[in-house]
Design a protein around this ligand. Structure first.
Ligand SMILES: Nc1ncnc2c1ncn2[C@@H]1O[C@H](COP(=O)(O)OP(=O)(O)OP(=O)(O)O)[C@@H](O)[C@H]1O
Length: 318
């Protein structure tokens, strides 16, 4: 198995995880993902310099605006009271506009401890729902399994290359749906011949051409639901060792949702492991046989779908 968290070697804790109760229950199938006492921490820069790269363009524009305002104020001031008017006002306005105050000039950082010591083992052939209230850590744990988040502590071991739907598809808004299908297939490791051979089938499955020739239009012309359907269609065209779907089904209409749920069942039958993050308990019920329930970054429950959903629904209604 590969350590996707790129830390040091296998720990004793992993051995314990593999020998845990879950493993005894599911020992007929080999494990595909081991999450071992995982901690994920986001670090945010605050104060001066925060969001520098992103905000630089806006700030340059704001500075120009402020300079123009200063010029105007200066002109008005000169008309009224030479030298004094406008003095200091423009720089105060600039600080207000850019959100910088003298005290905020101090550099700082804040941490968000998003995943707190989560452990579980997933097995080949399982479809696992990931549930929990907003901000409980569902997307973060999928990103960690995909190898996109470094671990603060603990490890994630995976068999094969996990694919996080929507990220691995690497779609581009300026390219047509058709070109994106080819791009997505190549990004998943298909040869150009395989990608071209799959193109029609993927577009048909996505249903984007049901109301006109949308596949030849740039993706920026698609609704969010259409884009999500195309991403799902591309990602599910390949059999994945580990496929992770984050809310993708929630955006499709009912017809597409049924089709994609059937595809998830096929993927499971073809021996992969599927993780599905969803706020729709119905999607989870229809698709998953096991559920992980996270709250505030901790694993509250891990068990059969009905058992966990019942407890979760009770918690949500209390
Ligand atoms: N890029 C980020 N920077 C800082 N904190 C983040 C970032 N992304 C998520 N978080 C924080 O990590 C925690 C877990 O977020 P995450 O997105 O994993 O939750 P979620 O269960 O997927 O939420 P939702 O159901 O609302 O999509 C939250 O407290 C969130 O504020």
């Amino acid at each position: 198995m590969t350590d996707v968290t790129e830390q040091t070697e296998r720990t004793e804790q992993t051995e314990r995880t593999e020998q845990s109760g879950q493993a005894e229950v599911k020992q007929a199938q080999p494990p595909t993902v081991i999450v071992d006492n995982l901690h994920i921490v986001y670090r945010l820069r605050t104060g001066a310099g925060a969001g520098k790269a992103k905000g630089a363009k806006n700030k340059a524009a704001l500075r120009e605006q402020a300079a123009a305002a200063k010029e105007q104020q200066g002109q008005q001031g000169r008309d009224r009271e030479p030298q004094q008017a406008g003095k200091g006002r423009a720089s105060r306005a600039l600080r207000r506009l850019t959100g910088r105050s003298d005290s905020a000039e101090k550099r700082g950082s804040r941490k968000v401890h998003a995943i707190k010591g989560v452990s579980f083992t997933a097995y080949r052939g399982e479809a696992i729902g990931v549930i929990g209230s907003n901000g409980s850590g569902k997307s973060t744990i999928l990103r960690a399994i995909a190898g996109l988040m470094p671990a603060e502590a603990g490890r994630v071991y995976t068999e094969g290359q996990p694919s996080l739907l929507g990220v691995n598809a690497a779609l581009m808004n300026d390219l047509s749906g058709e070109r994106n299908v080819i791009l997505g297939c190549l990004a998943m490791g298909m040869t150009p011949q395989e990608a071209y051979a799959k193109r029609e089938e993927i577009i048909k499955f996505s249903g984007i051409n049901e109301k006109g020739d949308f596949s030849s239009l740039p993706m920026r012309a698609y609704s969010s639901g259409m884009a999500a359907r195309l991403r799902f269609a591309i990602a599910s065209a390949k059999n994945h060792d580990v496929l992770m779907i984050d809310e993708a089904l929630a955006t499709g209409d009912r017809k597409f949702r049924r089709r994609s749920e059937a595809r998830i069942r096929e993927l499971r039958a073809e021996a992969g492991t599927v993780f599905l993050v969803s706020h729709s308990n119905k999607s989870i019920r229809d698709t998953c046989d096991r559920v992980l329930w996270l709250e505030s970054g901790s694993l509250v429950m891990d068990g059969p779908t009905e058992e966990v959903l019942e407890a979760y629904e009770e918690f949500m209604n209390s």
